[in-house]
Design a protein around this ligand. Structure first.
Ligand code: TRP
Length: 351
């Protein structure tokens, strides 16, 4: 089976609908036909919140609970806790030699993050280094595909560049070799491709920004039915009359598209566009009901993971996955070191 790697950074707890339609839904589908590795980038969380280790730990547990509640299956897929995979840290150092410093510092995803999080000139050395670390996260598992949101594409591009460079420099892969043929030609790394989800960017309830916990414009996967109804009912549609069109870019317009069956969505959009009398309140109720139908099974599974027994279960899931994850990452590291003339002593990592 072809391989997939993707992951989340535990800088906050509680996934929302933007995560679901942008990425989790994609993972669920891919889980059926790919060998999947889902990474919790808990070391990366220290790049912006090193002074809050307890929070990072709690967020880590919460994210695994969320994954389980959504339906990611640790029997079928491998959950990877970044801090327990030594090969990732070692690959980070080795790959850093093949990535121009200025290219990292020009990375648009990092720049956006520095602005959005107000990091100014105060961020640690480790912050830009996480872009190199992310290349190692990915390449350690030699995946074919990396399902991510639009905001991550610059990182995947960096990762593709370093994989090609490595294969050319150390594995005699020709610079005219097609991407798809790198491994056949002797390369250690397949050149991974990004796969963006059905919805690259879900607008938040405010209609201005991407849905985000810190902006207070999110519907969380574990909001109650009542909360979902309330939140959706408060969307401002800015229609002067009940026959005015629904402005494009309005959250209600996107949610109709994303959460209602396509036929029904077309019908509603046609009514809005055709100047028919449409009551927003009715449409909002319909959208909220669709969201609640989607969320009901997740809420139920998530509730079962509350409390110390849930936490115990999560720790077991993580432990069970570690040997599987390390087996692959160690194999990659050994291949990498041999290609670089560093194949001195083969080792074993495991619990
Ligand atoms: N940087 C990603 C995010 O914040 C998380 C992440 C870390 C990741 N390592 C990864 C995603 C490797 C995909 C592949 O969303």
């Amino acid at each position: 089976m072809p391989r997939i790697l993707t992951g989340d950074t535990p800088t906050s707890a509680g996934l929302h609908l933007g995560h679901y339609v942008g990425s989790l839904e994609n993972r669920l589908a891919l889980q059926e036909s790919y060998d999947c590795y889902f990474l919790i980038a808990n070391v990366h969380a220290f790049t912006t919140m090193a002074e809050k280790p307890a929070e990072i730990r709690a967020n880590t547990i919460a994210i695994v609970k969320d994954w389980l509640a959504v339906g990611l299956d640790p029997e079928r897929s491998t959950f990877v806790l970044q801090s327990e995979i030594p090969a990732i840290a070692e690959l980070t150092f080795l790959l850093a030699m093949l990535i121009p410093f200025n290219k990292v510092m020009r990375n648009p995803t990092l720049k956006t993050e520095i602005e959005a999080k107000g990091l100014g000139e105060t961020y640690p050395f480790g912050f830009p280094m996480y872009a190199v670390g992310q290349c190692a996260d990915i390449l350690a598992f030699r995946p074919d595909l990396v399902p991510v949101g639009e905001d991550q594409e610059a990182h995947i591009e960096l990762c593709r560049d370093v994989a090609m460079k490595f294969n050319q420099l150390y594995c005699h892969v020709n610079n005219r070799t097609l991407e798809a043929d790198h491994v056949k030609a002797g390369g250690v790394f397949p050149i991974p491709r990004a796969k963006v989800g059905r919805v690259g960017r879900l607008v938040g309830l405010d209609g201005k920004n991407k849905m985000s916990k810190s902006l207070g414009n999110a519907i969380f996967l574990y909001d109650t039915e009542k909360d979902v109804e309330k939140k959706v009912s408060k969307i401002v549609t800015e229609r002067p009359t009940t026959t005015s069109p629904l402005p494009e870019g309005n959250p209600l317009a996107q949610y109709i598209d994303v959460f209602l069956p396509s036929e029904r969505a077309e019908e509603i959009k046609a009514s809005y566009a055709g100047g028919k009398e449409v009551l927003d309140g009715h449409i909002k109720k319909e959208v909220a009901a669709a969201i609640n139908t989607l969320l009901a099974p997740m809420r139920e599974r998530r509730a079962k993971l509350d409390g110390p027994a849930g936490e115990e279960h999560v720790l077991n899931v993580i432990k069970q996955s570690i040997n599987r994850a390390n087996a692959v990452a160690e194999e990659t590291l050994w291949m990498t070191k041999r290609a670089m003339g560093l194949g001195f002593v083969e080792r074993r990592v495991g619990v």
